[in-house]
Design a protein around this ligand. Structure first.
Ligand code: AMP
Ligand code: DBH
Length: 504
């Protein structure tokens, strides 16, 4: 948690207002009443159901401070459940639908959860006090509850776990609501906003940047998409006159391709947010012309810090940077391996501290992820432009050390993506007895696949240094994805390792 002097500052600045999520929803219901909040459910109905569900869950024995692993598909039940738990002061632990026995067991064990709330479709076998099914939610007459305080932890969010199992991130009512309100303002949401939630709603991006919670704050309307594919999303955009949605880069590439043949009217869409992983500049430049809407890049993390490009940023900034922080009190350091600030504009490790960035993981796991003075080590390599925008150059752990020469996978991927017959590319390290590591490029072709030799020639012609050319190129139909749909380099590396060990 934050030291007292920081907490006092964040309160004095008006970031932390002392409101809980439960009280916030009550206020929204008073203001927006019969207006539609999400999939035909009004603000008033959502508020009333949250009260009845909180009472019912209390009846099942859930109490303030208990942890409940929540694994739900995109739908209205998600909202009822989280607001019921917020009112009860019980902490949702956000699992994603893609999580299986391995991850859910880890979440239950690590959080010592007493309940697992899910659907019969998604349910996995775990040992837990009780399983609550979303088709039998226990509504009851509302009761007086001794709810949580605004400084309490509201829920446990997950880190992406690009290496290993997800870490648990304690977010308070005060800090998270600040990021939601401020994000809604930056993204210029209002009561005419129609947000398509295409990504899994529990992920930090569609939940809060500004996501579904930002839309509620603005009195707008949420449309929940069961899947993020163009086949599902495009008809919804047309039917509901969607104005804004959020995607991860691999999905954005699929949408751009599909838009060329789209039978649906996408003209209501004003803003496409893309974040979660680096969006290649080549792809960024296509969004305006091909989808007919503006792009916003979002660089965030469940641990806190979120950066946005702004509505009034020039196109060049929107296309080539990952934005700038939400808050004037987000502190950003770009440092070398010894935590010394690099020269302005140089690439370094991003450290951050601020009014909505955690000071430690749940139960202090992985204390090394924080500096002695409370900065979070993001693990990202960034540079700061003279305009104060951040450019993400990669993950420190993913830089490939090819016989001492450092290869940035993102740089090579960016060049590969510029080839007209390449839809997506992912470059990873393979262990090599001579070089230590060598590079392996996975490429998803668009139409007929070029040859590896052709791609090397293409990269050479773009002026890429010879040592950065992929040692091997492999064509695949698609990439393994993380729970939210980012390309899972962990799985790509594991597949290569398994192949090496199997001698194939
Ligand atoms: P997570 O652990 O799932 O919260 O993922 C957060 C991480 O995703 C960040 O630390 C970055 O490495 C990456 N990330 C998120 N947004 C972007 C973006 N717009 N560009 C590049 N990387 C991003
Ligand atoms: O990747 C992320 O975790 C992320 C991306 C964009 C995020 O947490 C966010 C915005 O809030």
């Amino acid at each position: 948690m934050w030291p007292d002097d920081f907490a006092a500052r964040y309160r004095a600045a008006g970031y932390w207002t002392g409101q809980t999520f439960g009280a916030w929803l009550r206020e929204l219901a008073e203001e927006h009443g019969e207006r539609e909040a999400v999939d035909r459910l009004s603000y008033a109905e959502l508020d009333a159901r949250a009260d009845r569900l909180a009472a019912g869950l209390h009846g099942l024995g859930l109490r303030r401070g208990d942890r409940v692993v929540v694994q739900l598909p995109n739908g209205t039940a998600f909202f009822e459940v989280i607001f019921a738990l917020f009112r009860l002061g019980a902490l949702p632990v956000f699992a994603l639908p893609a999580h299986r026995e391995n991850e859910v067991t880890h979440l239950v064990t690590h959080s010592a959860a007493t309940a697992y709330l899910t659907t019969r479709d998604l349910e996995v076998k775990v040992e837990v006090g009780q399983v609550i099914h979303a088709d039998e939610l226990p509504y009851a007459e509302p009761i007086e509850l001794d709810g949580p305080a605004a400084g309490d932890v509201a829920f446990l969010q997950l880190s992406g776990g690009s290496t290993g199992l997800p870490k648990l991130i304690p977010r308070t009512h005060d800090d998270y609501l600040y990021s939601v309100r401020a994000s809604a303002g930056i993204c210029e949401l209002d009561s005419s906003t129609v947000y398509l939630c295409a990504l899994p709603v529990a992920h930090n991006f569609p939940l809060s940047s500004p996501g579904v919670l930002g839309v509620l704050h603005a009195g707008g309307r949420i449309v929940m998409a069961p899947r993020p594919t163009p086949e599902t999303a495009f008809p919804l955009i047309e039917r509901e006159r969607v104005t804004i949605t959020a995607l991860v880069p691999p999905l954005a590439l699929v949408w751009l391709e599909a838009a060329k043949r789209a039978q649906h009217d996408l003209s209501s869409l004003k803003l496409l947010q893309v974040g979660g992983a680096r969006l290649a500049t080549e792809a960024a430049r296509r969004v305006g012309p091909e989808l007919g809407c503006r792009l916003q890049q979002v660089f965030g993390m469940a641990e806190g810090l979120v950066n946005y490009t702004r509505a009034n940023d020039p196109d060049e900034i929107v296309e080539t940077t990952q934005g700038r922080p939400i808050s004037p009190d987000d502190e950003i350091l770009v440092v070398d391996a010894h935590d010394r600030p690099v020269a302005p504009g140089e690439i370094g490790h991003l450290l951050t501290r601020g009014p909505y960035t955690i000071r430690g993981y749940y139960r202090d796991s992985d204390p090394a992820a924080f500096t002695a003075d409370g900065f979070y080590r993001t693990g990202d390599l960034v540079r700061l432009t003279p305009t104060g925008h951040l450019v993400v150059e990669g993950r420190a752990k993913e830089v490939i050390n090819r016989g001492g020469e450092k290869v940035s996978p993102e740089e090579v991927e960016e060049h590969l993506l510029a080839h007209p017959a390449v839809r997506d590319a992912a470059v990873v390290a393979v262990p090599d007895p001579y070089l230590g590591e060598r590079t392996h490029a996975f490429v998803v072709p668009l139409g007929e696949a070029p040859t590896g030799a052709e791609l090397r020639k293409f990269l050479r012609a773009r002026g890429l240094a010879v040592y950065k050319l992929p040692d091997r190129t492999e064509f695949v139909d698609g990439f393994p994805a993380t729970g939210v749909g980012k390309t899972s380099k962990k799985d790509l590396r594991a597949a290569l390792r398994a192949r090496l060990e199997g001698g194939i």
